[in-house]
Design a protein around this ligand. Structure first.
Ligand code: SF4
Ligand code: SF4
Ligand code: SF4
Length: 185
């Protein structure tokens, strides 16, 4: 479904980490909620004060403090996997909106820190709690935070692959069902 012009303009100002801390399932639904006057402009911790100010200017609204219910503004962080504890279960791969984790089943997984937005979505699914967050600035090799445009591009590609896999699963299931129906006829 396409966004309204207002929602698209709001969406363009959001950091595109898809972290859900605003209480919505990603930046797009939050942008739509703001455009529809269903959400205030101060619910995005990754964007912080700078994003609230940009949204206030765009929408001619008052600047509000970040809603503490959504989290706090802080330094950029990245996810780090403890290699000695990773069991290679791959459960952290699907939740990463920007596909910043690499690794195969039963092999150690690694975060590509240059792509990681620090959204935290990989942490809860890890069954052995071997993913932690570290300030980006504390890494031995510091890379700049990924741009919102890059995050969005990678998220769109992630979603396209997810939908394609789902279509393929449904196609295979439908084929199996047809074969079973023919066999029992
Ligand atoms: S980056 Fe901001 S707008 Fe996007 S999902 Fe996270 S909190 Fe919501
Ligand atoms: S590696 Fe984890 S914290 Fe980093 S972008 Fe992916 S899901 Fe978010
Ligand atoms: S979820 Fe945890 S244990 Fe499983 S592959 Fe990812 S980091 Fe390793």
């Amino acid at each position: 479904m396409t966004m309204s012009a207002d929602a698209a303009a709001i969406h363009a100002l959001l950091p595109q980490t898809q972290c859900t801390r605003c209480g919505y399932q990603g930046c797009k639904p939050y942008a739509e909620a703001i455009a529809n006057a269903q959400a205030p402009i101060n619910r995005c911790p990754p964007g912080g004060t700078a994003t609230i100010e940009r949204l206030a200017r765009l929408l001619d609204r008052e600047v509000l403090p970040l809603d503490p219910e959504c989290g706090r503004e802080g330094p950029a962080v990245v996810a780090i996997i403890d290699e000695s504890r990773c069991i290679g279960c791959a459960r952290c791969l699907p939740p990463c909106p920007v596909d910043a984790i690499v690794g195969a089943q039963r092999q150690m997984h690694v975060v590509l820190t240059a792509l990681c937005t620090g959204c935290e979505l990989c942490i809860a699914p890890c069954p052995v709690d071997c993913i932690t967050l570290a300030p980006r600035g504390s890494l031995a090799s510091v890379s700049p935070e990924p741009l919102a445009s890059v995050n969005l591009q990678r998220f769109d590609a992630h979603e396209a692959r997810r939908h394609e896999r789902k279509r393929e699963r449904l196609r295979v299931l439908a084929e199996r069902k047809q074969r079973a129906t023919r066999a029992s006829a």
